[in-house]
Design a protein around this ligand. Structure first.
Ligand SMILES: [Fe+2]
Length: 487
């Protein structure tokens, strides 16, 4: 089913368009894939992964984040696995298809001045979640989202919720599987700079409030607990002096510290409580939950913030960090905990682990918002490489401190690996972890399946994929039960 073909590209390809990053040119449906080992019969559902896969080459420099969003899905049915991939038919991609060429340049080039509605192309290439029977695809710079059919991967159109037909949101808006609600946040360059809200399980706008920030910020994630939402105000933002002259340069304002807004899930702006913390920048939350008696309740949030570069005296090297962040040259992360005491208004924070560099954390999403013990993450190679390296996978046990890691070596590139519960799970980690893996040694993609309770032993099965699944961003697991019920 090759209905789209990428143009011949004569330019010197940057590293993030080569090898395991090279875009694919077609949309496939392949049933009954070859399996090495045995796919467990109690692993039923679908693994969806979003990522960049450019359709038209644009003039100018290419950034890994530029490619048009493409979903890759693996469907598991009682030991059998099938695969499908499809571009997300975003509005700007439709414009480019009609024109037969790229109409937007990449992030490293000047935004389109003639398109104030979309100066940078919203590729919807960053994140994917399941809500009310449909997939929702999202973009890290925030904007319109798309509904996608989970079984055919057909783009159904821009999301349209009752009460909020034109809703914008950022990647990492997320579903609470226990209530079926979709909690979202949006951010933008004008006051109030951030918005938070909730879409009900049946797709109606339930809550929508401004989160007033002192200025524009670059948040990447949010968190929720049973009763609260947690919004992030980290001191990484546009350099205000440069922004005044129309330039987009980033600056880390160490002196501002970090701030977190904690608001009742269906709260009002006057119920927002701000908590201060040490300067930090976090891309991804692991999980958040509430702990302690009502009179001393704490909101706990775990995540994988950057390890900030420091000089010999221990001072944060803000300029170095901002420069390294914007060029993706700094990939040093730690595992961290914040505790917000609702009684005292104070924040306590600590490093959980700073020896094992991990990002793209996943949990058993049935526990999202509730206390969880385990996380599954990608082991990141630190340092200044031109290509990111997702070198392996790891399981964290936050109760014992045990970390089990697995990698097959330098020729393997892993992808965000969600936890997939077994049918009728008996414990939080009763299930599997699945990851698309680029095997550069044999130049093929495979799907690796791990037993989550015996993680360090490596994959219990491999599914050979019909061709490369380019390295990408965020993934989600949707059980067969959720696919069937829509919840
Ligand atoms: Fe992300």
């Amino acid at each position: 089913m090759a209905e789209m073909v990428i143009d011949e590209v004569s330019e010197d390809l940057p590293p993030v368009l080569r090898g395991g990053f090279e875009p694919v040119t077609d949309e496939l449906v392949v049933d009954r894939l070859e399996v090495i080992g045995e796919v467990p019969k109690d692993l039923n559902g679908a693994y969806f992964r979003n990522g960049p896969n450019r359709r038209f080459a644009a003039p100018g420099r290419y950034h890994w984040y530029d490619g048009d969003g493409m979903l890759h899905a693996a469907y598991f049915d009682r030991g059998r696995v099938s695969y499908r991939n499809r571009w997300i038919r975003t509005a700007p991609l439709a414009e480019e298809l009609a024109a037969g060429r790229a109409l937007w340049k990449g992030l490293r080039e000047t935004p389109r001045a003639d398109r104030p509605d979309m100066p940078v192309k919203n590729t919807s290439n960053t994140d994917v979640k399941f809500h009310n029977g449909k997939l929702i695809t999202m973009w890290y710079l925030a904007g319109g989202m798309y509904h996608v059919d989970p079984m055919t991967l057909e783009t159904l159109g821009p999301v349209s919720f009752a009460g909020a037909p034109d809703l914008r949101a950022s990647a990492h808006s997320k579903t609470d599987e226990r209530t079926g609600e979709f909690l979202y946040f949006d951010y933008f360059k004008h006051a109030p700079y951030m918005e938070y809200g909730v879409i009900s399980a049946d797709g109606r706008l339930a809550t929508r409030i401004p989160i007033a920030l002192p200025g524009p910020r670059l948040p990447h994630d949010m968190a929720f607990t049973e009763n609260y939402a947690i919004l992030h105000d980290f001191p990484l933002t546009y350099d205000m002096d440069a922004l005044a002259t129309g330039r987009h340069k980033l600056k880390f304002y160490t002196e501002w510290g970090s701030r977190f807004a904690i608001v009742p899930r269906h709260g009002t702006p006057d119920q927002i409580r701000w908590f201060s913390a040490e300067p930090a920048y976090l891309l991804h939350v692991i999980n958040a939950w509430e702990e302690g008696p009502p009179e001393n309740r704490e909101v706990v949030m775990l995540g994988t913030p950057f390890r900030l570069p420091r000089d010999l005296a221990g001072n944060i090297e803000a300029e170095k960090f901002a420069r390294a962040w914007s060029t993706m040259q700094h990939r040093d992360y730690i595992t961290y905990e914040w505790r917000f005491n609702l009684a005292t208004g104070k924040t306590a924070e600590r490093i959980i682990d700073d020896t094992f560099c991990c990002e793209f954390p996943m949990i058993n999403t049935r526990y999202q918002g509730y206390k969880s013990r385990y996380a599954y993450a990608i082991n990141m190679v630190r340092g200044s490489l031109h290509q990111p390296r997702f070198a392996g996978l790891a399981k964290f046990d936050f109760e014992t401190g045990v970390i089990q890691a697995y990698s097959e070596g330098r020729d393997f590139f892993y992808n965000e690996a969600p936890f997939a519960p077994a049918d009728n799970p008996q414990s939080e980690d009763h299930g599997y972890v699945v990851s698309f893996v680029w095997n550069a040694r044999e130049r093929r993609s495979e799907l690796q399946i791990f037993d989550a309770r015996n993680f360090g032993s490596g994959p219990i099965a491999r599914v050979i994929l019909p061709r490369r699944v380019p390295n990408g961003f965020h993934a989600t697991w949707v059980s067969a039960e959720r696919l069937a019920s829509g919840k």
